[in-house]
Write a protein that binds this ligand. Structure first.
Ligand SMILES: [Zn+2]
Length: 331
């Protein structure tokens, strides 16, 4: 058993309480590589922001859970080296799909886990989440559960269509499971193709505008559970300048579209206290690598193209923290 406390990590309890009270949201950035970890830590230290580093099932399959845990431990030490005396870093399992995976992560240094039983019938979702909560809380590990289904595709998580969270279910669900936070479905979506052009309208410049988030559902949930931490998945904005760079330098991402940042800024001011961003990091990394290799066809040292990729991700993370989530200067 490796406790997250030995690694210098923290759980989400205190940071969520502060974020809900303060009207901002904590960034939850997915990571698979050392460069992503470095960019996340540099951005969090520069902006004095708490941060959640999260690991999906796909990340564990790609990079190995033990290596990722040690990268998170390294993240804490690296943050201190960069001058942050008391870094607030969470290592979170994203979309745990069984009790066993959650237990394995809790036993191996994660400070927070998500159990995603959102595809199950209500009673089974409750039973699974409660089992994970009962185990996790023995070790002071926090648990995120999910009610409602997001559309989109991300790693192994996929659904053809979304089902909005039903506000009338949230009180019973949170009370019976004892979960620490709740992921809800109000129109965000996984991946870089969140909406088809047919679901969107076009603005005066011909740019696709996705359907707005269901703020009425968010507000109804807030009324049922005042102050309870709410989580938004699938909240990349799919920056069109990065998509354009990718397409300019040999990529092919037609009609990639995300959630407008103004809507996420608005959501951050509510009980939404954790916003998940994964695709935007992938796009920032890929755009920088494609551009670098196109402009320097003689380069073959990975450090030559991973350095600008890391810089571009860091810039994106800082932008999210300062201009979208508002979690800067909250340490
Ligand atoms: Zn998700």
């Amino acid at each position: 058993m490796v406790s997250y406390k030995e690694l210098g990590l923290v759980n989400t309890k205190e940071m969520f309480a502060k974020a809900v009270a303060g009207g901002y949201a904590i960034p939850a950035f997915n990571f698979n590589t050392m460069e992503q970890m470095q960019a996340i830590v540099m951005a969090a230290v520069e902006t004095k922001s708490p941060v959640i580093m999260q690991v999906s099932k796909g990340a564990r399959a790609y990079a190995n859970g033990t290596i990722l845990r040690n990268l998170a431990k390294g993240a804490v030490e690296y943050a201190k080296e960069l001058g942050c005396e008391n870094p607030q870093i969470v290592l979170h399992l994203d979309h745990g799909d069984s009790f066993e995976i959650c237990k394995e992560c809790i036993d191996n240094g994660f400070s927070s886990v998500m159990i995603d039983g959102s595809h199950l019938p209500f009673e089974e979702n409750i039973a699974l989440a409660k089992k994970v909560v009962d185990y996790a809380h023995q070790y002071d590990v926090t648990v995120e559960a999910e009610l409602g289904v997001l559309a989109g595709v991300e790693d192994e998580v996929s659904a053809a269509e979304s089902h909005y969270t039903q506000p009338e279910e949230v009180i019973e669900f949170s009370q019976r499971t004892g979960c620490d936070s709740l992921a809800i479905s109000i129109g965000t979506s996984h991946g870089a193709y969140k909406f088809t052009p047919a679901q969107c309208t076009r603005n005066a410049e011909g740019i696709l505008v996705p359907p707005p988030l269901a703020f009425d559902i968010l507000h109804a949930i807030e009324e049922k559970l005042p102050g309870f931490p709410i989580v938004l998945h699938g909240s990349s904005s799919v920056p069109q300048d990065e998509v354009a760079t990718i397409n300019k330098f040999g990529g092919n991402l037609p009609d990639a579209i995300g959630i407008p940042e103004e809507q996420l800024r608005e959501a951050s001011k509510s009980a939404v206290c954790k916003i998940n961003i994964d695709s935007d990091s992938r796009l920032a990394m890929t755009a920088a690598i494609r551009q670098h290799l196109a402009e320097h066809p003689d380069h073959f040292d990975p450090r030559q193209y991973l350095k600008p990729a890391r810089e571009n991700m860091k810039k994106m993370y800082i932008h999210k923290i300062v201009n979208v989530l508002g979690s800067d200067n909250k340490l």
